[in-house]
Design a protein around this ligand. Structure first.
Ligand code: PPS
Ligand code: ADP
Length: 279
């Protein structure tokens, strides 16, 4: 939901309204920007911009410049001179249409822990209740958007960063976006959490012992990893860092695993209790 908190924060005296109309920037303080971007105030002639005040000057940031509009452009990563453009139909309007609140349900766990199973069961359950969802599955995303990435740590980080950004867009679209990735590193998951306003990032840990995942081994990958035929396999010779403070833990033990439907129900109850299934 677009709240005052999630609105671009004025950073050098410009009113929130001016920023909303002309340029949205994510200023934290004193020109510092989220994502390490740099804010640049660029002066450009822009006759089509909002009409000048009665005195014929355009005013922004408390200064007056005759015949010139000041636009706030940014440098974000390698993108220079970029300007955020807002549309009149935003997240609140889309959420109203869908009667739900956009959010990201981030499922993490070992390979074979049941992430895809839960993602699909949850999507089915929410769909049957009239809610719009979209599943971003690690395996699937690696077939397209992320096919250039391997399983070394920096590529996993990039995999998760991209999925986090896409999930953020789906949440902004008003959807309940369900992600299903191993996402083994705490820092990568928390970077994705930071992309969304609190409490719209809901981390679900499928806490399934390695022994059970390995016994399931539906793709035969653990067997290959144990035989040394796959290097850097999570849980075998690559780390998995369990969440220390997530919203939902689904506990599975050998012989005591909740059914896919009851795992999904646990998440649905959370979404319901926290107001995501209405607007
Ligand atoms: N080295 C290694 N380690 C872990 N997993 C591997 C590896 N190589 C291939 N696979 C298969 O890729 C699936 C995991 O992809 P993810 O994008 O979810 O991984 S990650 O979040 O980037 O760590 C994972 O799918 P799931 O079993 O659904 O988790 C595996 O099928
Ligand atoms: N709650 C569950 N109870 C029993 N079996 C499950 C459960 N969840 C998943 N499975 C089974 O475990 C295997 C791995 O599930 P999957 O969803 O593919 O895991 P992941 O996406 O984490 O690799 C599949 O064979 C699936 O049918």
């Amino acid at each position: 939901m677009l709240t005052n908190k999630s609105l671009p924060q004025p950073c050098s005296g410009a009113s929130a309204d001016t920023l909303r109309r002309r340029a949205s920037v994510n200023c934290l303080a004193g020109g510092e920007r989220r994502g390490g971007g740099k804010l640049v105030v660029r002066m450009v002639s822009r006759p089509e911009a909002s009409p000048a005040p009665a005195d014929g000057k355009n005013v922004l940031n408390g200064s007056a410049v005759s015949g010139i509009n000041k636009l706030l452009t940014s440098t974000v990563g390698k993108s220079t001179n970029i300007l955020w453009h807002d549309c009149p139909i935003g997240q609140p309007e889309r959420q109203k249409l869908l009667n739900q609140k956009g959010c990201v349900v981030w499922i993490t766990g070992l390979s074979g822990s049941g992430k895809s199973t839960l993602a699909c069961a949850l999507s089915r359950e929410l769909h049957s209740r009239g809610h719009l969802t979209y599943v971003l599955d690690g395996d699937n995303v690696r077939h397209g958007l992320n096919k250039d990435l391997s399983f070394k740590a920096e590529d996993r980080a990039e995999n998760i960063r991209r999925v986090g950004e896409v999930a953020k867009l789906f949440a902004d679209a008003g959807l309940i976006c369900i992600t299903s990735l191993i996402s083994p590193y705490r820092s990568d998951r928390s970077a994705c959490r930071e992309l969304l306003p609190n409490p719209s990032f809901i981390e679900v840990f499928l806490n399934v012992p390695l022994a059970l995942c390995e016994a399931r081994d539906p793709k035969g990958l653990y067997k290959l990893a144990r035989a040394g035929k796959i290097k850097g396999f999570t849980g075998i010779d690559d780390p998995y860092e369990p969440p220390s403070d997530c919203e939902i833990v689904i506990q599975c033990k050998v012989g005591e695993c909740p059914s896919p439907k009851s795992m999904a129900d646990q998440v649905v109850s959370y979404l319901e209790a926290n107001g995501f299934l209405q607007n």
